[in-house]
Write a protein that binds this ligand. Structure first.
Ligand code: T4K
Length: 394
């Protein structure tokens, strides 16, 4: 692939896009099809495709062993995993969460009649700010749901102490953090429960899917029963439940990918380090990288752009990259608090989330993860450098 030599060759200026086949953010990385097939054949031969099948049970055991937790309960996706957890904890009232996260959390809270209270984030970690969280706790608060954003663990101990003090449930949204580890253990073993997504774009995926990890075996059992209509035995329904069962086909994909997870992490790391090496010293562009406080899955290449130093805005950079076939994304713009279902209620409280607003305006996710070729990552860096070099300097 020929690298562009001047800004005049950029696609936005009429040149050919550098990538004919667009590069997506977090394109799925999957085990070889034969490995998936091997697992799926077991379900095929057993003629058992869903309802707590052998592959789902095996996948759950393997996740429990990997994460070192008492119980993992697989579901159809991360959103249903959270819904079942909230139902099992019988919550009613206000729940504090970041607005800088996927809107699914605010949505499910609202659909369940809970009241989402958006909280600001820490500018360095982009995770829920414990101090801001403490200021929002009232006698209506029942739970806190922080997200380990882009795989970086939240201020777990501080948030746990805060929730213990106020007798609140603490549920982590760990959708980005499979395989991430703190000095005290894998993400998955903290709070009342941690909720993971196994969506195709996640570090470990099962096409669609999710699970709850918890050390509370009673909570896990309630979730397990409620994902299957509330059945505890044949003809016996203990509670109103729903259908959130993972199929054997999805579990087969999850198992095949879990077998490969060591290499998934290595490949993602190689890609991430390519970005670090080539973008590390561009003024105004900061990558949210791992530090010595945790071990990352390296799945996300999250950056923030200070336009006053880089020379153009985040949105302009995204437009220029998109023209080149580099489909960087503005996650989680504009923040859940500014999306239609929440914006009016949020503005009525006259609260503000200055850090969230700043991060939503400046952050972008570059194509990364195990499926991203490191050579392509280097090309992305060269285009970004070319764009930076083309800006007039003071
Ligand atoms: N909490 C957090 C923090 C989350 O990020 C999510 C989900 C959840 C909770 C909820 O978990 P789930 O209920 O989803 O299990 C996507 C995903 O649908 C969503 O799972 C994910 N977060 C969210 C961040 O991204 P979109 O609307 O941005 O997806 P889409 O279709 O634009 O795809 C994303 C990128 O991946 C694109 O660059 C295209 C590429 N892609 C996508 C798919 C599905 C592929 O290359 N191949 C594919 O098969 O929501």
């Amino acid at each position: 692939m020929s690298i562009k030599m001047s800004a005049g060759e950029l696609a936005i200026n009429g040149g050919r896009p550098i990538f004919e086949k667009p590069l997506h953010v977090n394109k799925p990385y999957s085990a070889e099809r034969s490995k998936y097939q091997e697992y799926f054949d077991r379900a095929w031969h057993a003629e058992w495709f869903t309802n707590d099948g052998q592959l789902v049970r095996e996948f759950e055991k393997r996740l429990e062993l990997y994460l070192g937790v008492e119980a993992c309960v697989l579901t159809t996706n991360g959103t249903t995993a959270l819904e079942l957890t909230l139902r099992a904890l019988k919550l009613q009232g206000e729940v504090i969460l970041p607005a800088y996260t996927f809107v699914s959390t605010a949505n499910i809270l609202t659909l369940m009649g809970l009241n989402p209270i958006f909280c600001d984030i820490d500018p360095d970690t982009l995770n829920l700010c414990p101090k801001a969280c403490a200021a929002l706790i009232s006698d209506r608060t029942v739970a806190v749901i922080p997200t380990h954003i882009w795989g970086r663990p939240c201020a777990i101990e501080e948030l746990q102490a805060l929730c213990d003090h106020h007798d609140l449930k603490l549920i982590f949204d760990s959708a980005h953090a499979f395989g991430c580890k703190t000095p005290t253990g894998f993400i998955g073993g903290f709070g009342h429960a941690e909720v993971f997504s196994l969506h195709a774009t996640k570090s470990l995926h099962s096409f669609e899917g999710g699970f709850v990890a918890t050390n509370d075996v009673d909570l896990a059992e309630t979730i397990r029963v409620s994902r299957n209509f509330g059945f505890t035995a044949l003809d016996l329904v203990e509670m109103p439940g729903t259908n959130a069962k993972m199929s054997e086909s999805h579990a087969a994909m999850g198992l095949a990918n879990l077998d490969e997870f060591g290499s998934i992490k290595r490949r993602a790391r190689a890609c991430f380090e390519t970005y670090m090496k080539h973008l590390g010293d561009i003024p105004g562009l900061s990558l949210s990288g791992p530090d010595s406080s945790f071990s990352s899955n390296y799945h996300y290449v999250a950056a923030t752009l200070d336009s006053s130093r880089f020379g153009i805005t985040r949105d302009d950079l995204v437009t220029i990259l998109s023209a080149e076939g580099i489909l960087a994304r503005r996650y989680f713009y504009p923040g859940s608090h500014r999306l239609k279902p929440y914006a009016d209620a949020f503005s009525q409280t006259q609260r503000s989330l200055p850090v969230t607003d700043m991060v939503c305006a400046d952050s972008l996710i570059l194509p990364g993860g195990a499926a991203m070729d490191s050579q392509d990552a280097q090309t992305v860096c060269e285009i970004i450098k070319l764009v930076f070099d083309a800006q007039p300097k003071p």
